[in-house]
Design a protein around this ligand. Structure first.
Ligand SMILES: [Zn+2]
Length: 275
């Protein structure tokens, strides 16, 4: 299995990062995609990816950090897209759930990331979150994808929280749906929702992720999340999709590999083996 969305360079792991990684490989994880969120954190994310052939990374400015970010930060990060361990662009997107960053600046920065994806041919890792009774981040994300990158970009709607219509529009634009610990919060409601998504967009539209250190799956909700919980998240998804967990692992591995290309990069890397 693959964790397609981890923040292991977060301070939350400063005391025991090595032990956490050992635990992840011990439970059978194949790869981890370490997600960068701002320019200041980039050296740490890069160093982590450089430390192990099974860890890859991304560059981008998280929508919640856009308020503080400058165009020079964006330009600085764009030049890092050539780094051999950078497989994707993000974390980018739009967050109307918490008002950390001005909405127009979030849309402008997201647009820039979609242009990068189009111009550099790398997939997008997209965050989209909003309140039920407020403006829809999903509508704005999908509209910008349609305007700037239609037919030319692909990626993942990470920690997917949209309805069937958002899933249809998103997958038609080349997006996968990231499933993490949140699917374990309220089994009945999520079973119905995942079944609807599966019927609408098929069983190959999903990726596994943790978003660690946040959103640990039940019954670990109050604890720090880490990638060793991916198999537990896969269990929930398998249960909702009425599939064996092995089949979920196989389908999500194939989808993640096709989107990010871990294996080809691993074979490239000096001194690494292709497992
Ligand atoms: Zn994230």
């Amino acid at each position: 299995m693959i964790d397609t969305h981890a923040h292991l360079h977060s301070r939350a792991f400063d005391e025991d990062r090595e032990d956490v990684l050992t635990k992840c490989w011990d439970v059978g994880l194949r790869y981890i995609l370490e997600i960068n969120i701002d320019r200041a954190g980039w050296p740490k994310a890069r160093a982590l990816a450089e430390s192990d052939p099974r860890i890859f990374t991304t560059v981008g400015v998280h929508p919640m950090d856009v308020g503080e970010a400058t165009h020079a930060d964006l330009d600085g990060l764009e030049s890092e897209l050539a780094h051999p361990k950078v497989l994707a662009i993000g974390e980018t997107g739009i967050d109307y759930y918490r008002d950390y960053s001005p909405h127009d600046k979030q849309r402008e920065f997201f647009r820039r990331h979609v242009e990068w994806a189009r111009d550099h041919g790398k997939p997008l890792v997209i965050h989209s979150r909003c309140r039920k009774d407020g403006p829809s981040s999903h509508d704005d994300v999908l509209s910008i994808l349609e305007e700037v990158g239609k037919g030319e970009v692909r990626g993942v709607l990470h920690c997917f929280s949209g309805d069937v219509e958002v899933a249809r529009r998103g997958t038609a634009l080349g997006m996968k749906l990231g499933m993490g610990g949140a699917i374990s919060y309220g089994r009945k409601k999520n079973r119905k929702w995942v079944a609807e998504l599966r019927n609408a967009v098929g069983p190959d539209a999903f990726l596994l992720e943790t978003d660690c250190p946040y959103l640990a799956p039940h019954p670990h909700q109050q604890e720090r999340n880490d990638p060793s919980y991916v198999p537990l998240i896969a269990q929930y998804l398998a249960d909702y999709m009425e599939m064996d967990v092995e089949e979920v692992a196989r389908r999500t591995n194939t989808a993640a590999e096709a989107l990010f290309g871990f294996r080809a990069k691993t074979a490239d890397a000096p001194g690494s083996s292709d497992e």
